[in-house]
Ligand binder design. Structure first.
Ligand SMILES: [Cu+2]
Length: 155
């Protein structure tokens, strides 16, 4: 009897810990690039913060708005900007945040089914190794939400 009780307690503890781990990811500034008609791709951007004690990994993404969604990295290679498909996913280290932003890591919506209009909400499902599935609403914009104030410094 006592053993069974202990097992049940451990199971409850494991479930509670699992739920906590799932809460260790937070998301901010989720937006997608509004596209002209017939655009073949659209970039998706979001800041992912991992406040947990374990690293997690963004494994894949999908959306009803596009044929498929890939995880990409944009990087300078000599004088060329190159884009790489991260087939192994993207690690979100413990206690850190990773920014998916223009010119860096991003989600790439391949073959959007319809043009993405400014202000529209696009739902994208992110799949993490530990935290599982998260469905996020990305707001369509022509530029990064914080880019407008930065652009102001040029004038
Ligand atoms: Cu890309």
């Amino acid at each position: 009897m006592r053993f069974r009780f202990l097992t049940a307690s451990l199971l409850a503890l494991a479930l509670a810990t699992g739920a906590q781990a799932a809460d260790s990811l937070a998301f901010d500034k989720a937006w997608v690039r509004a596209t002209p008609p017939n655009a073949k791709v659209a970039g998706g951007f979001v800041e992912i913060r991992n406040s947990g004690k374990n690293a997690d990994r963004l494994l894949s993404a999908s959306s009803d708005a596009a044929e498929r969604v890939e995880i990409h990295e944009m990087k300078m290679s000599g004088e060329l900007m190159q884009m790489r498909h991260l087939t192994e996913g993207l690690v979100i280290p413990a206690g850190q945040s990773v920014q998916l932003k223009p010119g860096s890591y991003h989600l790439m919506l391949m073959a959007p089914k319809k043009p993405i209009a400014e202000g529209q909400k696009v739902s994208i499902t992110l799949v993490f190794e530990k935290a599982g599935k998260r469905v996020l609403e990305f707001t369509a914009a022509k530029q990064a939400p914080e880019a407008s104030s930065e652009a102001g410094h040029h004038h």
